[in-house]
Design a protein around this ligand. Sequence first.
Ligand SMILES: Nc1nc2c(c(=O)[nH]1)N=C([C@H](O)[C@@H](O)CO)CN2
Length: 118
Amino acid sequence: MDIIFLHGVRARTLIGCYDWEREAPQPVELDLDIGLPSSRACQTDNLTDTIDYASVVNRIHTELAAQHFLLLEALAEHLAQVLLRDFSAPWVRVSVTKPGILPDVARAGVTVERGQRH
Ligand SMILES: Nc1nc2c(c(=O)[nH]1)N=C([C@H](O)[C@@H](O)CO)CN2
């Protein structure tokens, strides 16, 4: 399976379990690995035969502005389902981290894998 990836996507969103985290958006970083339905674009050299990673980034920012979750797990699941459903990706790996949220920890985060990797 061919994969496109977007690593180190920086964004802000309202997320967290605690009241102070519900007051203002905080920074998150995303690593997205997105399986492609086919390798056709390798032969055709045509953007319409693959998933446009610029469109993915735009959609991710839209989702992060509109959706508010308590847990990183729920955010990662939501984004994974958007990629599977609306971009026809057969498989995705979505990592979401909060940089600097815990003392002495560079990043705390979660990774979910969804779909079939073949
Ligand atoms: N497994 C998780 N653990 C925790 C999360 C989370 O999203 N997933 N979140 C928090 C707090 O919101 C954190 O950002 C501040 O301590 C704690 N643990």
